[in-house]
Design a protein around this ligand. Structure first.
Ligand code: NAI
Length: 385
């Protein structure tokens, strides 16, 4: 397969997520890093792009220059990743989709439900792939959980419990630090802070593993640090369209918790437990039997797990490799379109713009319910009701 050409906007020097995208896209030799507008400071972006090996004429100063430069090239990029701060996602994603590029956008897809609906419509009309980087769904054992649920190992799913709780914004004395403060300021962050930043990863994972969509929810949102306008902790009860009951806790004041993304699934015939900080083990408890540890990379796992496991059993495998699985899915999706053939079903797992839209609707629902003392509200995007 010919290498695809890849570009990135944002993800400049010192950024949090840029390196994971470069590692993930480069890991399998499927994508070649070809163009970038990596920094909000044009000169810094050009210099860093060239330092990373981009040709001088494709290390752009900003995304508008990159769009103009790439649009008319015969060898233009096949996929662009949008890894800029949240408020810029909508415009950049929209403009690249409209110009015929496939896009992988960081989460959250947009700031509002309306914008996310517009992105879904634009991608559909332009017949372009728009993926959203719920990168943790790329973990091999997360995909195995989904396969176990789908083939009925757990029977009917009764309950899913998701958590994403960390303690990195717990210091009240640091709450006014500009790097922390903006996240809790509605003018810059929108209607939600912690749920929009982390809770949506946990909610997406619950929905992905169960292959069920969230229908309604009730949220208790609090600002444990009182000066914050937006929530730093939320407990969300939700229901899914396949009948499962959902519970979700997200927090940024949970001192002692590091990344804290975990998922537990309980069915009629067994239970599963997985934690992102120990991603190579999945705990499986079949009803009436003994607790079993499923190791990533062992024999007899699902095709989805086999395809997404990359290092031999017993060696650590983590987040950039999970991102690599999203890129590998996208490479397969782009080649299948180019060759006019169906996709490998084990690769057809990348998160879609529709998932990004569902998250935006869930964020709006959490904010609404939180203000209404936990009232149950519809969590579906208007276009899917
Ligand atoms: P950051 O602040 O560490 O880095 C942002 C980068 O984007 C910087 O290099 C900055 O110069 C650049 N930038 C800002 N505006 C730009 C513009 N208009 N054009 C070009 N470059 C621009 O931010 P971080 O933490 O890397 O977050 C970026 C995005 O990634 C956010 O949307 C965030 O929600 C998401 N994220 C996703 C994660 C995941 O697990 N999927 C984890 C962490 C962040």
């Amino acid at each position: 397969m010919a290498k695809l050409k890849w570009g990135m906007i944002g993800g400049g020097e010192g950024s949090q997520i840029g390196p994971a995208h470069r590692l993930g896209s480069g890991l399998d030799g499927l994508f070649e890093f070809t163009a970038g507008a990596l920094d909000h400071r044009p000169d810094a972006g050009r210099a860093y792009g060239q330092q990373l090996g981009l040709a001088a004429d494709r290390a752009y100063g900003d995304w508008q220059e990159m769009l103009a430069g790439e649009k008319n090239r015969d060898d233009r990029i096949d996929l662009v990743t949008v890894a800029t701060p949240n408020s810029t996602h909508f415009e950049i994603t929209k403009r690249f989709l409209e110009s015929g590029f496939h896009v992988l956008c960081e989460k959250p897809l947009t700031i509002t439900v309306e914008e996310a609906e517009e992105i879904v419509t634009i991608a559909k009309n332009a017949n372009r792939i728009c993926a959203v980087n719920y990168g943790y769904s790329g973990y091999s054992l997360v995909r195995h959980m989904r396969a176990m649920v789908a083939r009925g190992d757990l029977g009917k799913i009764r309950l899913v419990k998701a958590e994403f709780a960390h303690g990195h914004h717990a210091d009240a004395a640091d709450a006014d630090n500009p790097r922390v403060r903006w996240r809790y300021d509605p003018a810059q962050a929108g209607v939600s802070a912690q749920f929009a930043d982390c809770g949506i990863h946990a909610l997406h994972m619950a929905s992905f593993v169960l292959n069920q969509e969230v229908t309604r929810l009730s949220a208790d949102t609090v600002s444990c640090i009182e000066s914050r306008e937006l929530e730093d902790d939320a407990m969300v009860n939700f229901r899914l369209d396949g009948g499962a009951v959902g519970r979700l806790w997200t927090s940024s004041i949970a001192i002692g918790r590091q990344h804290g993304l975990t998922l537990q699934v309980f069915g009629e015939k067994g239970g599963l437990r997985w934690a992102q900080e120990q991603p190579n083990q999945l705990y499986w408890m079949p009803l009436g039997e003994r607790l079993q540890t499923i190791e990533r990379g062992e024999a007899g796992l699902s095709p989805e797990a086999d395809r997404s496991s990359r290092v031999t059993i017993g060696h650590a495998e983590g987040m950039p490799l999970a991102f690599a699985n999203i890129y590998s899915d996208l490479s397969e999706a782009i080649h299948a379109r180019k060759d006019n053939r169906p996709m490998d079903p084990a690769a057809n797992l990348y998160p879609r713009a529709e998932d990004g839209l569902r998250s935006m609707a869930a964020i709006a629902a959490v904010a609404k319910s939180g203000k209404a003392d936990g009232a149950w509200v519809d969590a579906r995007p208007p276009m899917f009701r």
